[in-house]
Design a protein around this ligand. Structure first.
Ligand code: HSE
Length: 439
């Protein structure tokens, strides 16, 4: 008899788990209509099944025992929404070895352990859905893997961490310092009590690892992503940036040039008139440029129960369709098989990238200082595009801001080392990479 339903078990009944359950229960009819089969929420496992999650779960569905999901022969798809690396990884591998398809929103797990998980899934001929792992409700995985399959991906630029985007937006709009903006983000529940993953660029790097792998067919290479967070950005830098015509955003960047792939996360000055610089608050946006399609931009909520649940359910329906049609692994998981071999494409060392740069020097306000600094920059072939110095402080240091033309990161690092050793420079120089059409 032809199968007419797909059974789902969820492990992890937190924010995303409850959003997913809500959608599966409340939108069951519309899902059945669209998919042509019923999606049944058979089990939800969590250690705490007493807490009110704002969704009414039918009797017999909730359990405190993950094995009840992993070993249920009826369950076709296990949805891992518990987060963290262990025991989420072990649960996923057990589900896969039990020939169950899996869906996960766990970017940290996929970015760091995903090569093993996808290899095992390939061996067992099951699918791993991960639409919810990058940019929450924005269907960016599908875009890069399917919608833009005809394209060589020229570059991807993403604002893919809502917490840091909220903090930078608040610093920009209300002229407050980083620590006050972070406190507000924590008060509103946008930032965790330990905000390290969000503010140090780690969460962004997890998501970028996944996007780079999809775009360029490389193994998941989290350890090779360059990461720099937003903690050193001051309200003053945001002001200078604005005066120069830029906004500061935490960008995830991946691009390919001459067979080498860049993967980097860092605060970036983006021209104020670019669409991506207008993405404010907790929203996410991903800009993807393909050689055939040109520029494309995707915008939406990158977190939250319902947006992320929306992405989880789209994976469930996709996998369900493949089960029904006998098309398992019709679309390859993380990268086309065969392109997965390490070393096929080189990942560019950070010092080999080129960019425009913003420098904020803490320089003494006395004659000859600018020429000393510009002399060192010139000796490294770094050309100055504009300079700002505001205010006077006799016998003290003032910020001296320099915007450069395109330069090599290696030269920037060396020149700053030399400049910071000058007696006329009282503090470490801050630099921010600058995007835009300039040369
Ligand atoms: N902490 C993440 C963010 C949640 O701020 O975007 C979604 O991954």
């Amino acid at each position: 008899m032809k199968k007419d339903r797909i059974s789902v078990g969820i492990i992890g009944f937190g924010t995303v788990g409850s959003g997913t359950a809500k959608i599966l229960l409340e939108s069951r009819d519309i899902i059945r209509e669209r998919a042509g089969f019923d999606v049944v929420l058979k089990k939800i496992a969590d250690l705490d099944i007493k807490k009110d999650r704002g969704v009414r779960i039918p009797d017999g569905v909730l359990t405190t025992d993950a094995d009840a999901v992993l070993n249920d022969p009826d369950i076709d798809i296990v949805v891992e929404l518990m987060g963290g690396i262990h025991p989420a990884k072990e649960f996923m591998l057990r589900a896969i070895r039990n020939k169950k398809h899996v869906v996960s929103a766990n970017k940290a797990l996929l970015a760091t352990e995903g090569n093993e998980i996808f290899a095992e899934a390939g061996k067992q001929n099951v699918e791993v859905g991960f639409e919810a792992s990058v940019a929450g409700g924005i269907p960016i995985i599908k875009v890069v893997r399917e919608g833009l399959v005809a394209n060589n991906i020229v570059a991807i630029y993403g604002i893919i961490n809502g917490t840091s985007n909220y903090i930078l937006t608040k610093m920009t709009n209300e002229k407050v310092e980083f620590s006050d903006a972070l406190k507000e983000a924590q008060r509103l529940g946008y930032a965790e009590a330990d905000p390290t993953f969000d503010i140090e660029g780690i969460d962004t790097a997890h998501k970028l690892t996944i996007l780079s792998s999809l775009a360029y067919g490389i193994p998941l290479s989290y350890n090779e992503v360059y990461k720099e967070g937003i903690t050193k950005i001051t309200a003053q830098d945001i002001d200078f940036a604005s005066e120069l015509g830029y906004k500061i955003k935490l960008l995830a960047v991946t691009k390919a040039s001459n067979g080498a792939i860049e993967m980097r996360v860092h605060p970036t000055m983006v021209p104020s008139d670019y669409l991506i610089s207008k993405i404010d608050g907790v929203f996410n946006a991903v800009y993807v440029e393909g050689d055939a399609v040109g520029s494309t931009l995707y915008y939406g909520r990158g977190a939250g129960d319902m947006p992320t649940g929306s992405a989880v359910v789209s994976d469930i329906v996709d996998i369900g369709r493949n089960i029904m049609s006998g098309g398992i692994l019709r679309v390859p998981g993380i990268a086309p098989r065969g392109a997965q071999k390490a070393g096929q494409r080189r990942i560019k060392a950070m010092e080999d990238i080129e960019s425009m740069y913003y420098f904020r020097f803490a320089a003494m306000d006395e004659p000859g200082v600018l020429s000393k600094i510009s002399g060192i920059l010139g000796s490294y072939n770094i050309s100055i595009a504009s300079v700002i110095q505001k205010g006077r402080r006799i016998g003290g240091s003032v910020p001296l801001v320099v915007l450069t033309h395109r330069a090599k990161e290696r030269d920037v690092i060396s020149s700053i080392k030399q400049i910071d050793a000058l007696p006329i420079v009282s503090d470490k120089t801050l630099f921010i990479r600058v995007e835009g059409s300039g040369e």
